[in-house]
Design a protein around this ligand. Structure first.
Ligand SMILES: [Mn+2]
Length: 346
């Protein structure tokens, strides 16, 4: 595995110099954040980002994410232009020799939580998702602001997007994903860039919007749409593991055996209800996922791709981006590398 760390660019309070000091850290997972969704990422900007990371003694292991424009997910006529731009961005990422691109196909909202600083018994704070609170939230009132939500949407934009999705069934979303992959994967192949779809987080419908990348069957369906290692998966333990129906280590083993895992997100979640959970420290005993079994699957298949500690708690008084502090993610990386060393020693 190539241990990697997400970095939000120059505006990130956590410097590349600090990230480099985490033992065993090799890769950076990052993106260009100042280009509007749907526009081409110019090669010069990608190369300049790459140089910045390399000067710090690290390398870009994954671009997370190149966002998919809503018109593509909605299957609007304008999608062809946005897909052409997406293809161009992939070509440029390939020219810069960056091997993997993570993306998702969630309508409107990316990862969603109901509290970003829920206090835990040990005095740390964490991100949680409480089904009862979510049911009472109304994104159209415009009073919500959570990370992962595109804050550039106005109330009117959101209302019109919701109206567009009213007519979209899950099967429509699958058709639109198929259309996108049929056009993008051949370009990814030519450019030697492996695509890695991230599962929906949480893996069920929210706010009445359809979500389709939720379980083993749906990941299988993604793989079948275009049978190529360039059409692969981001196996995210925290997203898939939030559903009691998903056995994450078994799913990871299954897709590693098929050579369709291009990127791994590792974090633990503690399931506290049918559809509620708290993000936990990485240690298996702190959550509901057997992290050792997950790393065992990686070791068994000798996974060579990037793994990153996903979210962490906020500990030791650290303030900053919820889920993306330095300390708990560094502890997560060290824990995962410890498991890996124990399993790979011989
Ligand atoms: Mn993830």
């Amino acid at each position: 595995m190539k241990m990697s760390f997400r970095w939000y660019g120059e505006s990130d309070e956590i410097s590349l110099e600090y990230i480099r000091q985490i033992p065993g850290m090799e890769g950076i997972v990052t993106a260009i954040y100042d280009i509007p969704v749907g526009e081409v990422w110019p090669l010069e900007k990608i190369e300049s980002l790459k140089n910045t990371v390399e000067k710090a003694g690290l390398e870009i292991s994954v671009i997370e994410s190149v966002p998919v424009h809503e018109d593509i997910k909605l299957g609007k006529e304008t999608r062809d232009c946005f897909i052409a731009n997406y293809q161009e961005t992939i070509r440029n990422i390939g020219k810069a020799n960056i091997p993997v691109v993570c993306y998702n196909f969630m309508p409107i909202f990316d990862w969603t939580r109901t509290d970003l600083a829920h206090p835990l018994e040990d005095g740390s704070t964490t991100l949680i998702y409480d089904e009862k609170i979510l049911e009472k939230m109304d994104p159209l009132t415009g009073e919500l602001s959570l990370p992962g939500w595109d804050s550039s949407y106005t109330k009117d934009d959101l209302a019109s997007l919701f109206a567009d999705y009213n007519n979209i069934t899950k099967e429509d979303l699958w058709d639109n994903l198929t259309y996108f992959l049929q056009k993008v994967i051949p370009v990814a192949k030519e450019s030697d860039v492996k695509m890695a779809i991230h599962p929906d987080d949480p893996p069920w419908d929210i706010f009445g919007l359809p979500r389709i990348i939720t379980n083993q069957e749906s990941l299988e369906r993604v793989c079948q749409i275009y049978d190529s290692p360039y059409n692969g998966l981001t196996m995210c333990s925290g997203s898939l593991g939030a559903s009691r129906d998903n056995d994450f280590p078994a799913m990871l083993d299954h897709f590693l055996a098929k050579d369709r895992v291009n990127f791994i997100h590792a974090r633990n979640v503690k399931l506290v209800g049918k559809k509620s959970f708290e993000e936990a420290a990485h240690l298996s005993s702190k959550g509901s996922i057997d992290m050792k079994a997950a790393v065992e699957a990686m070791a068994k298949h000798n996974f060579k791709g990037a793994v990153r500690p996903d979210h962490g708690r906020n500990i030791w008084g650290e303030k900053g981006r919820p889920g993306y502090g330095l300390y708990d993610r560094a502890l997560g990386a060290t824990y995962l590398l410890g498991l890996w060393e124990a399993l790979k020693k011989d």
